[in-house]
Unconditional design. Structure first.
Length: 340
């Protein structure tokens, strides 16, 4: 009987790739991680100011930091996460995700969207005005194309995650309109995760790539308007994606950072943008097109307020979001692994 089963067993071993991924709970402290390989990488992207500019935007070399598990073999079986920073840039707190994920068998590519465009701005205001969410999404798909060239990684099991400003881009990258323009070869992210991303833009064409989305935010985050995010989630569900929203009671913006609770920045919860089918972005309040830095400055100046908002470290919430993020990654990667 064993001899009769042996060919079938060998076939199972042959077609089922080894997946040395194990999401731990709690996650290992990033300072205690050992054996992770860290590489500075570059890849080719573009500088589209708005989606309409994607086909004609100038090229740009973008830098990133790639963390590889020590078990990553050159057999295209290791899953990965592409991570987009927020408006403060790639702060050290976000970089900690790299070694933590790699220690659990998941490669992580931290994209340096701001530092790769220092010619467009170095200060906070300059960057916000000149380096747009569309550029973040362009970098995300360029990063996905780059990961497809790495022999260790499975390009069909890559999740896009972003924080705040980058979280908005992680959501925008789910729309078919963006994916079709930036990756006409058909390579898509297996899932999308947005950390405390303000839901200020809506797409007229709500069709998605079909990948799932996990939205995470705190109930006391003053940049988040839950009804607006629920509306966005509903449109994405109608567009073809499963969307899960998790709101952490009492949490404010940037709970996974190192700063104690304080007030910073300006409120942009009143901003409302609409992405047209032709890729034009318009302000819903003034109907002005966001066609360049000058009009972007006017639009943001009119829709933001000088009232600051709270941010603050919350280790308990960070532990919960790690758990929820890990659960999402496990489900997405296992589903994609079984469907190949």
């Amino acid at each position: 009987m064993f001899r009769a089963l042996l060919p079938a067993l060998l076939l199972i071993v042959w077609v089922s790739p080894v997946m040395p991924m194990k999401i731990a709970d709690p996650w290992t402290d990033s300072d205690a991680v050992q054996g992770v390989r860290e590489e500075a990488v570059t890849f080719r992207s573009r500088d589209p100011f708005v989606p309409r500019d994607i086909g004609r935007a100038p090229e740009r070399m973008v830098r990133g930091l790639l963390f590889l598990p020590k078990t990553a073999a050159p057999d295209h079986t290791t899953p990965a996460v592409v991570m987009l920073h927020g408006s403060a840039g790639m702060i050290g707190d976000r970089a900690k995700y790299g070694p933590q994920l790699a220690s659990m068998g998941i490669a992580a590519l931290l994209v340096e969207t701001y530092d790769s465009r220092r010619d467009l701005g170095t200060g906070f205001i300059e960057r916000v005005l000149n380096i747009t969410e569309t550029m973040f999404v362009a970098d995300a798909y360029a990063a996905l194309a780059y990961l497809a060239t790495r022999s260790q990684l499975d390009p069909h099991r890559v999740v896009l995650a972003g924080f705040s400003y980058g979280g908005m881009a992680a959501q925008y990258g789910l729309y078919a309109q963006m994916a079709d323009a930036l990756a006409p070869d058909g390579l898509r992210f297996a899932g999308h995760v947005s950390y405390y991303a303000p839901c200020i833009a809506r797409f007229v064409d709500s069709r998605t790539t079909g990948a799932p989305l996990l939205m995470l935010y705190g109930t006391d985050d003053q940049l988040i308007q839950p009804d607006r995010c629920e509306q966005t989630a509903g449109e994405m569900r109608a567009g073809g994606s499963h969307v899960e929203i998790i709101a952490y009671p009492g949490a404010v913006h940037q709970w996974d950072g190192s700063m104690e609770r304080r007030l910073i920045g300006r409120q942009l919860g009143g901003c409302r943008f609409r992405v047209q089918r032709d890729g034009t972005v318009r302000d819903e309040n003034t109907l002005l097109p966001m066609s360049g830095p000058f009009l972007r400055k006017i639009i943001l100046g009119l829709c933001t307020s000088s009232r600051p908002y709270p941010i603050g470290r919350d280790d308990a919430v960070r532990a919960k979001s790690n758990r929820d993020f890990g659960r999402f990654l496990s489900l997405v990667f296992e589903q994609r692994n079984g469907s190949r």
